[in-house]
Design a protein around this ligand. Sequence first.
Ligand SMILES: NC(=O)c1ccc[n+]([C@@H]2O[C@H](COP(=O)([O-])OP(=O)(O)OC[C@H]3O[C@@H](n4cnc5c(N)ncnc54)[C@H](OP(=O)(O)O)[C@@H]3O)[C@@H](O)[C@H]2O)c1
Length: 146
Amino acid sequence: MLVRSGYSPEGKHVVVCGRSNIVGKPLVAMLMQKKPGANATVTVCHTGTPDLKKFTLQADILVAAMGAPRAITADMVREGCVVIDVGVNRVPDPSSPKGFRLVGDCDFEAIKEKAEAITPVPGGVGPMTVTMLLMNTIEAAERTLV
Ligand SMILES: NC(=O)c1ccc[n+]([C@@H]2O[C@H](COP(=O)([O-])OP(=O)(O)OC[C@H]3O[C@@H](n4cnc5c(N)ncnc54)[C@H](OP(=O)(O)O)[C@@H]3O)[C@@H](O)[C@H]2O)c1
């Protein structure tokens, strides 16, 4: 997503908030690879990180993967930062027929005024993940034919 959008992480400081086995850790491993489209300097934050804002403000690229609705606020993001919001969280919304709606880990409306780019929730990382899963499935199927 970063590379295709023209924001290669190469040489950038990427701050990843979240260290889960399915999102944070693999992302960190990918970002720090010594290869084109990666090669970033990576900082990993989690619930044991004192003063999260101190770290998020240093990010050229900020990845929020915490499962904490709107935990990243505009004052935690520096001007011109690129923000990837992985979070998918249900929050109560009486005006919605389902009684809830989906929000990310970032305060999208406020951060979009400061960020160079930010992924929406829903409609950002989620559909990309589905697409990549399908791509991997097709690739795996093709390999069985060789
Ligand atoms: N868009 C997609 O395709 C996609 C795919 C997978 C997941 N998700 C979403 O991504 C989010 C994360 O999923 P996950 O499976 O990685 O969740 P998880 O297993 O609950 O891990 C959350 C991570 O964030 C950290 N964290 C939580 N609250 C924090 C806070 N306030 N400050 C700093 N760090 C905090 C936790 O720290 P500790 O390790 O210290 O507990 C943990 O490392 C969820 O909203 C999930 O729905 C989206």
